[in-house]
Design a protein around this ligand. Structure first.
Ligand code: FES
Ligand code: FES
Length: 156
């Protein structure tokens, strides 16, 4: 099948999508959007998280065909006009990035969380990001970055 979706605000078409091809594979290998990472391919780590029609999903688990006609946002779509979004900037400032492998997925889950809950408690943040595993940071800096981002967005 051919797949057409709005990806980061642009209509993109991918031809000859195979029945079992994942959305993650299409994004990374067909569209060159390598921000969403491929770590476990089993829905366990969250490194492949993208927004699909507003939901935060593990792109490795989504058959690409499900994205036909949908709106997809990847980490590449967060920055606007060449400027990092608040969450990206706060992750850098708070030291929430080490190797960075988990970061795109965390940013997409945080984007989803803050859209639903602009004033999250620490527990809300930990719960909202619970599906995203990080091997490096111990999570404290990530939680601080998420809190900073929420505060900054509330002040805008
Ligand atoms: S690569 Fe998709 S959840 Fe780990
Ligand atoms: S910063 Fe390395 S996995 Fe999270």
């Amino acid at each position: 099948m051919n797949l057409t979706a709005t990806v980061n605000g642009v209509s993109r078409t991918v031809e000859d999508v195979r029945p079992h091809e994942s959305l993650l594979h299409v994004l990374r290998e067909r569209l060159g959007l390598t921000g969403a990472k491929n770590a476990c391919e089993q829905g366990e780590c969250g490194s492949c998280t993208v927004r699909l029609d507003g939901d935060a999903v593990c792109a490795c688990l989504v058959p690409a065909g499900q994205a036909d006609g949908a709106v997809v946002v990847t980490v590449e779509g967060l920055a606007q006009g060449g400027r990092l979004c608040a969450a990206q900037d706060c992750f850098l400032k708070a030291g929430g990035v080490q190797c960075g492998f988990c970061t795109p997925g965390l940013l997409m889950s945080l984007d989803h969380l803050l859209e639903r809950n602009p004033d999250p408690s620490e527990a809300d943040i930990r719960e909202g990001l619970a599906g995203n595993l990080c091997r490096c940071t111990g999570y404290q800096k990530i939680v601080e970055a998420a809190g900073m981002a929420a505060e900054r967005l509330r002040g805008q």
